[in-house]
Design a protein around this ligand. Sequence first.
Ligand code: BG6
Ligand code: GLC
Ligand code: GLC
Length: 879
Amino acid sequence: MGIEGHKVEPRSQEFVIPQEVMLGPGQQLFDFAARCLSEFLDALPVGNQGLQLGFSFSFPCHQTGLDKSTLISWTKGFRCSGVEGQDVVQLLRDAIQRQGTYSIDVVAVVNDTVGTMMGCEPGVGPCEVGLVVDTGTNACYMEEARHVAVLDEDRGRVCISVEWGSFSDDGALGPVLTIFDRTLDHESLNLGAQRFEKMIGGLYLGELVRLVLAHLARCGVLFGGYTSPALLRQGGILLEHVAEMEDPSAGAARVHAILQDLGLNPRASDAEFVQHVCAAVCTRAAQLCAAALAAVLSRLQHSREQQTLQIAVATGGRVFERHPRFLSILQETVMLLAPECDVSFIPSVDGGGQGVAMVTAVAARLAAHRCLLEETLAPFRLTREQLAAVQAQMREAMAKGLQGEASSLRMLPTYIRDTPDGSERGDFLALDLGGTNFRVLLVRVATGGVQITSQIYSIPECVAQGSGQQLFDHIVDCIVDFQEKQGLSGQSLPLGFTFSFPCMQLGLDQGILLNWTKGFNASDCEGQDVVCLLREAIGRRQAVELNVVAIVNDTVGTMMSCGYEDPHCEVGLIVELEVCGSLEGDWELLEHSVWHREMLERGRPRLLCELTTGWSNSRVQQTCLELAVCWGEEGKAFTQGTGTNACYMEELRNVASVAGDSGHMCINMEWGAFGDDGSLSMLSTCFDASVDQASINPGKQRFEKMISGMYLGEIVRHTLLHLTSLGVLFRGQQTQRLQTRDIFKTKFLSEIESDSLALRQVRAILEDLGLSLTSDDALMVLEVCQAVSQRAAQLCGAGVAAVVEKIRENRGLEELTVSVGVDGTLYKLHPHFSSLVAATVRELAPRCVVTFLQSEDGSGKGAALVTAVACRLAQMTCV
Ligand code: BG6
Ligand code: GLC
Ligand code: GLC
């Protein structure tokens, strides 16, 4: 690149490959290439560092990347051992390294036809075909990506190397083959292969002429019936000879001279005959080549639905260079066979070298981008040691928190001393506040199991962030509405309140809100007993009687509800994902996205199922519309569930703030705040810092912000912004969309990472977000999503490992069998999250056998069970 713009200054040197190298061991061939390369570079003013090489390798290969190409089989005059089935780029890299003089990176490999096409200036139309007739023959062209099955693409075009040399290896051209073609094939290195090439390629034209001339001599038609050793020796007549003799301007004298050079004794009439043979062989070659090219061109014309296809074909190879007539026959025949194509033939200037350099430059840019991507994502990729350190820090913070010492883990006692024993019975009300949805539930615990009826209510943003009184009045209104709908008015059922925020509990029915988390910020609540606030609101609304028995964190509810089925369940875990946003807007996604539908069928349906039976699309739509209506005028639901947290059964003797030495107590860890004392700062990336700064509670809930909910989408968005500023993504163009906070909903992570999605669907999803991107972009976005959610799952796993190891050590067990009850949309719906959590736990807590139970109707049911246990105990006390 000079000041005047693009300028290509090719230098080149040719080396003849000795035949024994072409037929010897592969290593020898690549060593030869590396040696030639050094020799060439020695004579040039280039340093020996950081050179980037493009490799034109003209044999049939399976290419799986710009720099990855496996040789299928040798063609033409080559048959080196140990190369077929190998990646030729790697073989060349190894040879260059063995040579040791230059440090060169092989960044791209292309077929010669591709180099020819890429280096060509457009003619009347764009140059979209490369045609080579050298020792062998082949063509490449730009195919519509949607026609290429192995590609995960539906737009754009991709260059296809036809490898037409092997056309008719299945016998399609049988009737056209002559006895000479059969003999030539028999004597060739690759019997039965490249049958089409063997009628066209320069390596074979001389040979075909020789076989015909020898036959005619033997029949006595030529040379007085005499032959010569050259005429009988394979390779005795070369392309050069044929080209020269066939040239109509070559006089009989010249033909004579050549034949004499071949040791023959031509008679006067022989020259004309020989010229005839040469012309016949070459004409057939050019016509066959034209037929193949016409097939390619009319395919292009059809698939592009153009009346006339204007196109340029780049030509390269010695047959074109030495054989002017070849091109003119080719042109004539193409015109005849594909009259609707207006073709200009453009000879390549430097044997395709410029095209190879072009591809190399592109590949080098992509490789540089990949490096930057890797660098950017490196801080997200945690090593086993880092995860073990998180586990150890968590253990330390747990111990301190339990002792009442300064710690980012509050380790709050819940006054729950036992998991259910199965004898609980009765009807209970439950409230569930702090997850994605606010729900009121009626829970019937009976001999046959637990039966739940529930309804979702909206908590508009203005209420969640308004006054406390307003919030609790709203809650009571919802309960009253629910009671009316369920015919429960006037009954005072025992009520359990799932309240998923950090509370300091002094008893089962006393919980002082320490601070709001997630999207809540109602005034005058922090420092207050939430049960009192609820009772006061009940009081304000006369004529309702409610008996609030217990307040429960969602983790505890989840553990309890799983514990009802599995007595080993002594841990509760929540990993939430925000879901709602505007349902109206989401409906579009509902329609388009597989994942969302799956979500409706597996996750939220607990909520939606109650309103629907049977899943027809229109029914889902109707339900959503209904919900949108009931969720506020603008159809806007407030997103709340963004947390992560865990609880577990601790030995009472370890809990400093509660009296007693025997038995257990469930501890609400409030692990979302882990690291708020700075202990996670080594792991925190600059993207985490940006997300934290922009949140409503900067500096708080640092662990939560690396694991759960909407934060992941924001981390991804910040990472993408950074990659864009480096020019790695979106061609370096910052879009308004990407700068919009929260556009990148965490659900897209699940959606994008879903294995069933093809890359082009990933791209469609991103385009839905208003981001226009190439497939390379889509792949990188996918990798960013994977890195961010993988870290989230691993950190979560490190936390669980700390908890189960603590339980094991508490009990002095060699091995602990324990179950973890889990809830939360991220955990349940992300395609890889749960398995990554489990794998991390296995790795970091090898002496614990941990089963993860997905809680169905988690904490609502749990709250009812806690209430049931409390009622049972109260009755026993009465008796
Ligand atoms: C539900 C619980 O089952 O799961 C909620 O009832 C809890 O209390 C929720 O917060 C967690 O999941 P999410 O992601 O839906 O908020
Ligand atoms: C052979 C090779 C092909 C190459 C052509 C021209 O047919 O298989 O890859 O393009 O020769 O060199
Ligand atoms: C937040 C809350 C916590 C809750 C979690 C999951 O971290 O502080 O109490 O358990 O979210 O909902």
